[in-house]
Ligand binder design. Structure first.
Ligand code: ADP
Ligand code: MG
Length: 700
């Protein structure tokens, strides 16, 4: 029986009547390989009586609504370029509504057909007549619309790619094959969540939940079904973290507990006293390092809050206790900066610091490697070059990783595996709200530096259109006349990298020869050779370049206190956190600084929100939270590269409460029964879904 269960759910989708080889191939592209995966392909949206309205009923207070009607006419209006819009008229028997799209004019022009039936969902605005801006669009078959109005049944709508639609795997087609699949598999769907949790949390059993999510009888039914899937997703996610946490808290044998004279001398040699925030996190770090459990700590604080000094203090404590330390940074520029900071502070105390670069003269590299392996070198600084084959430590006791959001969990564990089980300190300047950090990085403890040594200068941030650039260039010249420096940031996104790069380069030439011909203007982008980049950075650092035109390569680590002015072009193309990071390059001295966000209307609602947040706030936590809310985890963390599972059904902010509940349940379970002996079905499912992540945990 057990075998059969697995078999049907694990069968390829072709097992289902109505799915042939071609459809199977197309479903595979949508990530659906097996019958079970098909069942987990939940609807994206539902049509129901509580939100579908007749056009004549629409008012400004309607909020989010859905209307169902026929496409009457459509087309692009306005001049080509940024002002162009796409207008769509849809009618039902009560009236006509206009939908406006600012983006994707070409896409929408090809999308619609006159006379076809669609559902538009969005918020109603009024501009002489009712309008819906950027609605979500669902194409309906005639039958769906009729069924809906006639029977009031809830209709589930699925996302389907163009390719899926071509093979009639639109919402209707999907409903059909899912219906068949459920019929076939239903008696073999076995529950794997523990009975106790189901009861305690009032969760719908799996089989019922599939029915309720795909073919709900009522919205309450649907809500309960979806809640089960949400819980399940969060629960597995937290089980993974609980499992990792459990593995990590095994005694490692590394105890940096001989903190004494050397550390005192280091502290005494610093040209300043620690802030109270620094002292607080240092005592947390020290507690971890002295204990025989290994440290797994996230140290977060804004750029300039004094993390590096804290990290170096930890290095001294480790070295004094007889261990080596490693400091890994995401870019060569940053690694080098760390090296240049560390060397003068540590070498007077007899601590040997080395730098490993990606490209380095062979003899220097060999020298580095042999000193590291012999234990003569105490601190190794470098990029991911540090985790390559052939880099051997003699006695690694502390691994520090800067800018966690740029490294994946894999790299963290690989650096870790260079030592027996070294203490790990992860630093990030992209703060995430503390409660969220705890739930998302549940295997890490979190320390936060709340306030840096210097009060943050006010950066006045303003949104302007390109029309105002000449005036802004005047301000820029005034800042330079005061002896300051400036950045002009240009977006460069991967999809259109070539075009963007050309645009950036020609803009650079234009400025260099035109508006800023009296100054030294430099250009910095990721495609330059690393020695060219270094040269430009050096000239900017030394003040020989006054205006640096750059792509996002300056986002991390570039630290020129004299820079007080920043222009960010096409600001709408950057994410919120990224804009905040970029802006963090200025306002680092005692001087008032200015940031101009340039973008031409029409802006999408989200772009406007991002820009407004930035104008109003300089608080990294607040901005991070807003960013997360706007984008969701996937994009925020680059979920995959962080080894976090992709969240399909949940959002860490919107579903925060359920996340906490699931977290509590998962940690309690692992604490009581780390091997999951009492719940074999759960264990099997967990291993199947999270296998690579579980193995990863074993490495730690
Ligand atoms: P982060 O690594 O968080 O970006 P740093 O450690 O590089 O910050 O610190 C930023 C600057 O502030 C550095 O020049 C550092 O020497 C200085 N600094 C750090 N801690 C203090 C302190 N307690 N008092 C005064 N200056 C400090
Ligand atoms: Mg730093």
């Amino acid at each position: 029986m057990a075998l059969l269960t697995e078999n049907i759910l694990k069968s390829p989708v072709q097992f289902i009547t109505g799915v042939g080889p071609k459809r199977a191939e197309i479903l595979l592209n949508a990530g659906i390989r097996t019958v079970e995966e098909l069942l987990y392909y939940l609807p994206r949206r539902y049509l129901d009586r509580s939100t579908v309205m007749k056009i004549a009923e629409l008012t400004l207070d309607s909020g989010e609504v859905t209307i169902i009607g026929k496409v009457v006419r459509f087309g692009a209006v306005g001049a080509r370029g940024s002002r162009q819009r796409f207008i769509l008229y849809v009618a039902d028997e009560t009236g006509l509504v206009e939908a406006v799209f600012f983006q994707g004019v070409n896409y929408w022009s090809k999308f619609f057909k006159e006379g076809e039936r669609v559902a538009l969902s969005g918020r109603v605005t009024y501009y002489n007549k009712p309008q819906i801006m950027h609605p979500a669009v669902d194409r309906l078959n005639l039958e769906d619309g009729e069924t809906f109005w006639n029977t009031g049944r809830i209709i589930s709508l699925y996302s389907s790619s163009e390719e899926m639609k071509r093979y009639h795997l639109d919402s209707r087609g999907m409903r059909k094959i899912i219906r068949t699949a459920l019929g076939k598999a239903s008696e073999y769907i076995a529950e794997y969540l523990p009975e106790k949790i189901l009861t305690e949390r009032g969760l719908m059993p799996l089989k019922e939940a599939f029915e309720g999510a795909h073919f709900p009888n009522s919205m309450e039914d649907r809500d309960r079904a979806i809640r089960r899937f949400k819980y399940e997703e969060l629960f597995f996610f937290q089980l993974m973290l609980a499992n990792r946490h459990h593995q990590n808290s095994q005694p490692s044998g590394i105890q940096s507990d001989k903190v004494g004279e050397l550390t005192k001398r280091f502290v005494g040699s610093l040209p300043f006293k620690y802030t109270s925030s620094q002292l607080e996190v240092l005592s947390e770090i020290r507690g971890d390092m002295e204990s025989e459990k290994s440290m797994n700590r996230l140290l977060q604080g804004e750029v300039g809050s004094g993390k590096t000094v804290v990290a170096l203090t930890a290095v001294v404590m480790a070295v004094e206790s007889g261990y080596q330390a490693a400091l890994m940074a995401p870019t060569e520029i940053l690694a080098e900066q760390h090296y240049l900071t560390a060397k003068p502070l540590l070498e007077p105390l007899g601590i040997k610091v080395g730098l490993l670069k990606g490209y380095q003269r062979k003899d220097m590299r060999t020298d580095f490697l042999s000193k590291l392996a012999s234990g003569e070198m105490n601190l190794a600084v470098g990029t991911h070059a540090l985790i390559q084959e052939g880099v051997e430590f003699s006695n690694l006791g502390l691994a520090i990783i800067d800018e966690q959001h740029r490294f994946g969990v894999h790299q963290r564990y690989r650096l870790r595996s260079k030592g027996l089980s070294p203490d790990v300190l992860v630093m990030t300047a992209t703060p995430i709200p503390r409660t969220l950090a705890l739930t998302l990085y549940g295997d890490l403890d979190v320390s936060t530096i709340k306030e840096g040594p210097f009060p943050r200068n006010n950066i006045s941030t303003r949104y302007e259109t390109t029309r105002h650039l000449p005036r802004i260039y005047d301000y820029l010249r005034k800042e330079i006349a005061r002896g300051h420096q400036a950045y002009i940031i240009y977006p460069l996104i991967e999809e259109s990298e070539k075009v963007d790069l050309r645009a950036a380069e020609s803009h650079y030439m234009q400025l260099k020869r035109g508006d800023f011909r009296k100054y030294n203007v430099g250009l910095l982008h990721g495609r330059m050779k690393s020695d060219e980049k270094e040269k430009v950075m050096k000239e900017f650092t030394e003040g020989r370049i006054q205006i640096l035109m750059a792509t996002t390569v300056v986002e991390v680590g570039v630290d020129v206190h004299n820079a007080t002015f920043m222009i960010i072009e096409n600001a709408e193309r950057f994410g919120l956190a990224q804009l905040h990071q970029l802006r963090g390059r200025i306002g680092r001295s005692g001087d008032q600084s200015y940031c101009y966000l340039i973008s031409d209307p029409p802006l999408s609602r989200e772009a406007r929100r991002r820009i407004r947040h930035l104008e109003e706030s300089q608080d990294g936590f607040e901005i991070a939270e807003a960013d997360l809310e706007i984008r969701g985890t996937g994009e925020f963390f680059g979920a995959r590269q962080h080894g976090l599972p992709e969240l399909r059904y949940t959002h860490p902010i919107a579903d925060q409460e359920l996340l906490q509940v699931a977290r509590g349940d998962a940690f309690k379970l692992i604490e009581r029964d780390p091997e999951m002996n009492d719940c074999p079905a759960l264990y099997r499912r967990f291993c199947r879904e999270y296998k690579d992540k579980v193995i990863l945990a074993d490495v730690g």
